[in-house]
Design a protein around this ligand. Structure first.
Ligand code: SF4
Ligand code: SF4
Length: 286
């Protein structure tokens, strides 16, 4: 079973939720945590894994053979990302903008473009106790998170309960992270911003045909409009986490609720039970 954890906006406590869920059910199931928030992977702070492997993630970028090139400009014309430009009698490439689509080399009439791998990030694997841990990390200065997210997703195990910590928002890396999930757990807070971004996230998962439920974090900080919206849209609120100084302290120290306040383990187990009920999953993955 694959459960993705997403939020319309950053700072809602999404990583605290995904790691707390993993830590709460790890004694009953084989659990895998995949941190697909590759621009800011923070799950490792909460679960403290020991990493065992690290692999580079690369995309192919163009390398121009100036001896063959006649500076016709075709490559710059076809590139939708302005990652290649022809200036007078010289071709400039911008690997950090390149999406590795291969269109320029395919369409170059002089076969003057070869491709070479350009590292954009890494995928690391390890163990956090009994939890299998996968983390993607985009290299500093790189702007292409989605290929790194896809590499993280390739390691999703159907033998486990896989929990995917997606990036905040609703852009391409989020779509790549939550795609193929059996359920999407949305985390938000009861503020106008939280509601606005929740609506975008709900629209996204609905269009993708993924069932979703909500965890309302920092309850008490705002008003009841998120709850009213969920009722209207028939979105189950699976857990409410109050605005609480003890919880905020745990968060700032990078401690899961399951570890710092063990009574919360039962709440997260109940969230998992409800998810299985909603998805109709009957067989336990052990
Ligand atoms: S399309 Fe090929 S030949 Fe034309 S400018 Fe680009 S690299 Fe040179
Ligand atoms: S591979 Fe695609 S994105 Fe990269 S420079 Fe060529 S056309 Fe542009």
């Amino acid at each position: 079973m694959i459960i993705s954890v997403a939020s319309g906006k950053g700072g809602t406590g999404k990583t605290m939720v995904s790691t707390s869920l993993a830590a709460s059910i790890k004694n009953n199931y084989n659990v895998q945590l995949l941190d697909a928030d590759v621009e800011e992977p923070n799950s490792h702070i909460f679960l403290k894994p020991v990493f065992e492997t690290s692999h580079a993630v690369s995309i192919n970028v163009p390398v121009v053979n100036e001896d063959r090139c006649n500076h016709c400009g075709k490559c710059a014309e076809v590139c939708a990302f302005n990652a290649i430009a022809v200036v007078k009698d010289f071709v400039l490439t911008f690997p950090e903008l390149c999406h590795g689509c291969g269109a320029c080399s395919y369409l170059c009439p002089r076969r003057a473009i070869n491709e070479a791998p350009n590292q954009i990030g890494t995928v690391e694997t390890g163990k956090a106790g009994s939890i299998s841990f996968v983390q993607g990390k985009l290299d500093i200065g790189q702007t292409m998170p989605t290929p790194v997210v896809r590499k993280v997703k390739e390691l999703t195990s159907r033998e486990h309960i896989s929990i995917i910590d997606a990036s905040p928002g609703t852009s391409c890396p989020v779509i790549a992270a939550i795609k193929d999930s059996d359920f999407c757990l949305l985390v938000t807070e009861p503020t106008p911003f939280g509601l606005n971004d929740l609506k975008l996230a709900v629209e996204t998962v609905k269009q993708m045909g993924i069932p979703c439920g909500l965890i309302l974090n920092r309850a008490g900080v705002g008003d009841s409009r998120v709850e009213e919206y969920c009722q209207k849209e028939n979105i189950p609120i699976l857990l409410t986490i109050p605005l609480d100084l003890n919880i905020a302290r745990l968060y700032s120290k990078g401690t899961t609720l399951a570890e710092g306040l063990p009574q919360w383990q039962e709440n997260f187990k109940e969230v998992f039970r409800k998810i299985r009920e909603i998805t109709g999953e009957r067989n336990s993955s052990t």
